[in-house]
Design a binder for this molecule. Structure first.
Ligand code: R5P
Length: 293
């Protein structure tokens, strides 16, 4: 089956890696915005009977969604046999339950919105916490790449005597998977969320870890406050700043600048493009392409 690669709302780093690794052509989708902000999608290349891999980055998702859905429709209208979405960061996974009676479960609604437009979805470490599998909410074939072995490799090559620390219970699956890869010690702190940008982090006595290099590991950094409060606690208890290793560095409202003074290093994967990217997730995406096509 022949494959075509295309992209919307760019991810130049992964796009270039994919082009080289798969040795397939990549064509742009033209997104024209009219003065009234309506969108027109133009595809001026042939995709008839092709499987099209559509790469997009879904951080700050809201303005990207409608053009993305129009792009999928336009590709199908132009004769594409299949359109497979590659979203290295999958948005809207954290509202995975109704935390208050007034709230809906946006993770479900987003999956229901996206699924009918695509024939498959490839992503990296979606925030699967209360939803066990992506296939529980997405009605299309999905591939989930796990970055833990890549995180573990980076930690092994760059830090001496690391102890992996999750800032909260939700991070446990990622610290466990990362630690197992290199047989590293690990534990999680406790977090109480008070609001969008306000958290409280607590822990037991940590003095036994004073000779180790503390490494905070999590799947997502958004406002940065989880990592800031966790770093403060480690500084108080261990007398040193941690290194921070994260899969999806969203850094909402420039929170990277707020966070940097609290850590020795800030390292992310290129699932979301950022200057802290040091870990390339393209091999995981390639595995997903092989599996879904
Ligand atoms: C949520 O459970 C995630 O794993 C992160 O801990 C969370 O998204 C971090 O959010 P923030 O950076 O806004 O504190």
């Amino acid at each position: 089956m022949s494959l075509l690669l295309t992209h919307l709302d760019g991810h130049p780093d992964i796009l270039n890696h994919l082009k080289k690794t798969l040795n397939i052509p990549a064509y742009p989708i033209i997104h024209h915005q009219f003065p009234d902000q309506e969108s027109l999608i133009k595809i001026n290349w042939s995709c008839e009977n092709q499987t099209v891999l559509l790469l997009t980055s879904l951080e700050n998702p809201n303005p990207k969604i409608l053009p993305l859905l129009f792009a999928a429709k336009t590709l199908k209208a132009k004769g594409a046999k299949q359109v497979i979405l590659i979203a290295p960061y999958l948005a809207y996974m954290r509202q995975d339950k109704s935390f208050h009676p007034s709230e809906g479960i946006t993770a479900h609604y987003f999956a229901e919105l996206i699924s009918p437009y695509f024939d498959g979805l490839i992503t990296i470490d979606p925030h699967l916490h209360r939803i066990p599998e992506l296939s529980d909410i997405y009605s299309i074939p999905t591939f989930v790449g796990h970055a833990a072995p890549l995180l573990a490799e980076w930690i092994k090559n760059h830090l001496s005597q690391p102890v992996l620390i999750g800032p909260d219970a939700e991070s446990e699956q990622w610290i466990k998977a990362t630690a197992q890869n290199q047989n590293l010690p690990h534990f999680a702190l406790e977090k109480k969320r008070l609001g969008d940008t306000s958290v409280e982090i607590t822990s037991e006595d940590l003095t036994q870890w004073q000779t180790h290099t503390p490494v905070l590991v999590d799947d997502i950094i958004s406002s940065g406050h989880t990592m800031i409060e966790a770093s403060k606690l480690l500084r108080e208890q261990l007398g040193k700043k941690p290194a921070i290793v994260c899969i999806h560095g969203l850094f909402a409202q420039n929170s990277d600048a707020l966070l940097l003074p609290y850590c020795t290093q800030l390292i992310t994967t290129n699932a979301v493009l950022h200057q802290s990217n040091q870990i390339d997730v393209t091999p995981l995406i390639v595995e997903g392409i092989h599996q879904l096509t």
